[in-house]
Design a protein around this ligand. Structure first.
Ligand SMILES: Nc1ncnc2c1ncn2[C@@H]1O[C@H](COP(=O)(O)OP(=O)(O)OP(=O)(O)O)[C@@H](O)[C@H]1O
Length: 266
């Protein structure tokens, strides 16, 4: 069943520039799609458009249906009911999702309460479970901490716990590991991969890094200058890219990989 259907999405800036140009793709329930392309190719704007979160002044035209709701042209009330329940997002910088003045536990409690109706001790247990689920050690301590009192990797896990709290049908992850140290990145990717597979959750995974996309997704859409260049199973894209641009992405990922291999062999 199609969960997300994007048809001819065009995003235009206030000054009339076309930032996403006639983009179409679908994500089926439980499917994991990667959006890949270099910086500025329109990946983030595409995900923001899916959630009805484009910056002021930008306009979206075309069709976006998410779990049966029309997103383009929807009222704020409709969009609020869709966010969290049908689709939730984890951004590159978890501080954008976290309130610096609120303890972590309360921030997770909020979506959990809305989603489950739990209160009091039941809600407290659910918050602890949500933190334990994203493999945070000492969930009680983390729940009492403010965001600046925990590490970047822990904050990103908290952001993931918040996104998963409402059991969304689609998880949107926009460069969720880019800001993390390389060793923490791998752990975070494995965690995300495990949790979405367990829940049979669909994923729209945005990254400029083909190796990262290949780890988490089955299929990828390559974007350049706001347009779709090529789409297919990730392993086919890597083994036999049809377009020159995809070939260049694969070649640079290989160069990086062999540089890393050389370094680790030293
Ligand atoms: N708030 C904004 N106002 C005007 N232009 C913007 C705004 N946000 C993004 N853009 C432009 O839209 C284009 C697409 O940006 P987008 O952030 O979607 O790219 P991206 O592929 O996600 O890149 P990155 O990985 O760097 O975020 C770029 O040319 C960017 O300069």
């Amino acid at each position: 069943m199609t969960l997300l259907d994007v048809r001819g999405l065009t995003v235009t800036a206030a000054d009339g520039r076309t930032l996403v140009d006639d983009l179409s793709f679908t994500v089926a329930s439980g499917e994991r799609l990667g959006l890949i392309g270099e910086s500025g190719s329109g990946k983030s704007l595409t995900t923001l458009a899916v959630l009805g979160l484009l910056p002021d002044g930008m306009t979206a035209t075309g069709g976006i249906d998410l779990a049966g709701t029309r997103i383009v042209g929807a009222t704020e009330k409709t969009l609020t009911s869709v966010r969290g329940r049908d689709a939730a997002v984890v951004f590159q910088e978890p501080l954008t999702a976290l309130d610096p003045l609120m303890r972590v536990g309360r921030q997770i409690a909020e979506p959990l309460r809305r989603h489950t109706g739990l209160r009091g001790p039941g809600l407290r247990d659910a918050v602890r479970d949500a933190l334990a689920q994203v493999r945070l050690p000492e969930p009680e301590r983390i729940a009492r901490a403010f965001p600046h009192e925990i590490s970047g990797g822990q904050r990103q896990r908290v952001a993931l716990a918040m996104a998963l709290a409402c059991a969304p049908r689609l998880l949107i992850a926009d460069e969720p590991t880019t800001a993390l140290d390389v060793s923490v990145q791998a752990e975070m990717l494995d965690l995300l991969d495990t949790l979405v597979r367990e829940r049979e959750m669909a994923v729209l995974f945005v990254s400029h890094d083909l190796a990262v996309v290949a780890r988490v997704t089955d299929r990828a859409l390559v974007m350049k200058d706001g347009r779709a260049v090529e789409e297919g199973p990730v392993h086919t894209l890597i083994r036999s890219p049809r377009e020159e641009y995809t070939e260049a992405l694969v070649a640079s990922a290989r160069r990086l990989q062999s540089a890393l291999d050389l370094r680790s062999a030293r």
